[in-house]
Write a protein that binds this ligand. Structure first.
Ligand SMILES: [Zn+2]
Length: 404
């Protein structure tokens, strides 16, 4: 072991090597600072008086599977220049961290290929230690994304925990990057976003969102020139919810056991797009059978399949005619959930037709939502709310294994 080996292998330079010990399958290097090389950490003066030292231990790079640590008595000095009494600086570790910078860099490198849990196990440290290393790195790079270039965005809420705790996510639809994560949902959650957006000088041309109204007024107030598009994805999702509601009501009302069984088996078939029905599983026939038994269900199903054509019209004029026709048919169906849907679409007519001015959709947000759902299954990731938000801001980044 030598001073130059310490530098080349462990990134520690400017110290004297004292000894190596091997307790409990660990490797412990003790090093010491040259007493002639002490400076005041406040003003840099060498004119200092020794005031003892405090021994500290830093985790360092493992040797194979063996953990290593560096032990250093850190000198305390009193400065004749400025009068401060302090510990001298330690260049190989960040203040308040119990590991070296080389250890931190190594953990970040491993995090490109492994989950936090795996890295913590490999380096024989706690999950929180590795989480904090990743958290600081994510904060440095993602806490304040640039907003200047934003033109088309989607705004959506995501449920992050049971008991209806939400986050509001803003996505750049051109790059797929999440550019803002706010606490809660609705207008309040967006306040910090507007605060950062204003000085950025961004000119947002259009915003995709659902029809719930949670963000609409806020967007109108802060981006009066932006086109609001109630997007395809959310409309279909809402209709699917209505369809499930109808199926459940019919199931409750059904008295015939066989009829009930048929209804039960169609839950997913109803929500599938017709062209995705699996012939191998006989899905087409099963669906047909269920629809034959239930006229209201059949009406709703065909109106659902038909509504998808709204986004396939050759232009706004055709789309207008189509939408108004669909609304009339749904109204005339006499089925409560369809009439509700017709009224919702009628109330949001211009925002639906706006798709034919600016063809955007929250579709790309869905991929992100699915990744967040996967993260959510790992309960530990969600105790630290700020960490979760940073991970969502970094979710489009492929550099780290973020799910896991
Ligand atoms: Zn000083």
């Amino acid at each position: 072991m030598s001073t130059s080996f310490l530098y080349h292998a462990f990134g520690i330079r400017g110290y004297d090597y004292i000894r190596t010990e091997y307790p409990n399958a660990q490797v412990i290097f003790t090093i010491a600072q040259d007493p002639h090389d002490r400076r005041c950490p406040a003003c840099g003066s060498r004119d200092v008086i020794s005031r003892g030292h405090a021994e500290r231990r830093f985790r360092s790079l493992p040797i194979g599977r063996r953990p290593t640590a560096v032990v250093l008595p850190i000198p305390r000095v009193e400065c004749r220049g400025c009068g401060a009494v302090r510990q001298v600086k330690v260049p190989f570790a960040d203040p308040r961290r119990s590991y070296t910078k080389a250890f931190e860099r190594y953990a970040l490198e491993l995090l490109r290929h492994m989950t936090i849990k795996d890295v913590a196990r490999h380096l024989d440290v706690g999950w929180d230690t590795i989480k904090d290393i990743q958290k600081r790195d994510l904060a440095r790079r993602y806490a304040k994304p640039k907003l200047k270039h934003l033109r088309y965005v989607a705004i959506d809420e995501i449920a992050v925990a049971k008991g209806h705790r939400y986050l509001t996510v803003v996505m750049d639809l051109e790059s797929g990057a999440v550019v803002f994560v706010g606490d809660g949902k609705g207008a309040e959650a967006l306040k910090p976003f507007w605060k950062r957006l204003r000085p950025s000088g961004a000119r947002i041309r259009a915003v995709a969102m659902d029809m719930s109204g949670a963000y609409q007024a806020a967007v109108r107030a802060h981006l009066p020139k932006a086109v609001i598009v109630f997007d395809h994805f959310h409309v279909v999702k809402l209709f699917n919810d209505k369809l499930s509601e109808l199926r459940r009501a019919l199931y409750r009302e059904a008295t015939d056991v066989q009829h009930k069984a048929v209804l039960k088996g169609t839950r997913w078939l109803l929500l599938k797009n017709a062209e995705n029905l699996d012939p191998e599983k006989d899905e087409k026939r099963r669906l047909k059978e269920a629809l034959k038994l239930n006229e209201p269900l059949a009406t709703a199903y065909y109106l659902k399949e038909d509504l998808r054509r709204f986004w396939e019209q050759p232009g706004k004029r055709f789309a207008t005619t189509f939408l108004d026709g669909w609304i009339r048919r749904a109204e005339a169906s006499g089925i409560k959930v369809l009439q509700q849907m017709a009224r919702t679409l009628a109330a949001h007519r211009s925002g639906l037709l706006a798709y034919y001015d600016v063809m955007i959709s929250s579709g790309p947000m869905e991929g992100t939502n699915n990744k967040i759902k996967t993260m959510k299954r790992q309960a530990y990731g969600f105790r630290d709310r700020e960490f979760l938000k940073l991970r969502i801001l970094a979710i489009h980044e492929t550099k780290y294994v973020l799910v896991g």
